[in-house]
Design a protein around this ligand. Structure first.
Ligand code: UFG
Length: 328
């Protein structure tokens, strides 16, 4: 299949693009390179630099590349920034997504895979979180993702759009060969920040709160390798043949690790101490998030290859130690 990967030069998009090639489909990337990195996409993959809401450009790509299915990763994802700058988030994550979907439908492309988030649940009523848990986002970021999910449902009913939504818990890790990985600026995620502290790129890892109602006082999260996540997306391709199909999947390993456990795992993998400081809680961090991934395993036959936190962190460690300055 010919797959348009919107945001294919970003962290998750670039790993997914590579896995699409491995799975013998043909990826085509559209990315505005505001956060993405041209070097994250192999030179042989057709690459278009531009905006997902540029309807003339998207129309041109859908036609000339004979696109069968669109995957959309091009979102802003910082919870804190979304609270401070909601217009930026609604414009990019909702308004531009609407333009992309409108172009697709006008061109008769009706298969779509959407990158969503555990943030749609807010502080979930039940852990592990199943897909039917009440959606109550506590940030504009989470709300914009839920708004898109609702839009997709309306388009499925009205226009026969078939879609799969993946609600990520904590995507992490890097390509096994260490050639692509996480390169955000600013970096806000735990694993890269712990590794940056070990490498001396930051003075220390600041732990946001050690007074949570959890066994060691730090937050619990469900970490899943970005290539495993990507393989789940690809496994959904052939479930979208029937017009109007609506699929929703939580995706994580279903095993929570605390911030302290992640620090220990980074120390085991790197053989070095993580310099740590303890600060106040970060606004909007739920004490615990963990996926119930029964549905994605059953419906898509998804089996993660990276089942231990150490194996995930090993891949991230390889990437960051080979490329301490990321892609630059
Ligand atoms: N943390 C620190 N120090 C850091 C970075 C993170 O202590 O420097 C802590 C956080 O407070 C949290 C845990 O490590 O307890 C994980 O934080 P991340 O920023 O790595 O990931 P989040 O769980 O906050 O975020 C992820 C996705 C978001 C998504 C969210 C859903 O990255 O896009 O889950 O709640 F919105």
């Amino acid at each position: 299949m010919n797959i348009l990967v919107v945001g294919g030069a970003g962290y998750i998009g670039s790993h997914c693009t590579r896995q699409i090639t491995v799975a013998k489909h043909r990826p085509v990337v559209l990315d505005n390179l505001i956060y993405g990195h041209r070097k994250a996409v192999a030179p042989e993959v057709p690459f278009y630099q531009g905006d997902l809401a540029d309807q003339a450009l998207v129309r041109h790509i859908l036609r000339t590349e004979k696109i069968d299915l669109v995957m959309h990763f091009a979102a802003y994802t910082l919870v804190g920034e979304s609270v401070a700058a909601p217009i930026k988030y609604y414009k990019n994550n909702v308004v531009r997504t609407l333009a992309l979907l409108e172009t697709m439908l006008e061109e008769g492309v009706r298969k779509f895979i959407f990158s969503s988030t555990a943030a749609v649940y807010g502080m979930p009523d039940k852990i592990p979180v199943t897909e039917d848990v009440r959606k109550a986002p506590i940030s504009p970021y989470g709300q914009t993702k839920l708004d898109c999910e609702n839009l997709l449902a309306a388009l499925a009913t009205a226009h026969g759009l078939s879609f799969a939504v993946f609600r990520y818990f904590n995507a992490c890790g890097a390509a096994e060969d260490g050639t692509i990985g996480e390169d955000h600026f600013p970096e806000t995620h735990l694993i890269p920040n712990a590794i940056r502290a070990v490498l001396g790129l930051d003075p220390a890892l600041n732990v946001f709160g050690a007074d949570y109602p959890t066994p060691d006082g730090t937050c619990l999260r469900d970490y899943v390798h970005v290539d495993d996540l990507s393989r789940a997306h690809i496994a959904a391709f052939d479930k979208l043949d029937k017009p109007g199909t609506q699929l929703h999947f939580n995706i994580g390993l279903g095993h929570p690790y605390s911030v302290q456990e992640i620090i220990k795992a980074v120390e085991t993998v790197s053989g070095k101490k993580v310099p740590v400081t303890f600060g106040p809680r970060r606004a909007g961090d739920p004490p615990e998030l963990c996926a119930d991934a029964t549905r994605v395993r059953a419906a898509l036959g998804w089996k993660p290859h990276f089942n231990s936190i150490e194996s995930i962190i090993e891949s991230a460690w390889r990437w960051h130690s080979i490329n301490p300055k990321g892609f630059n």
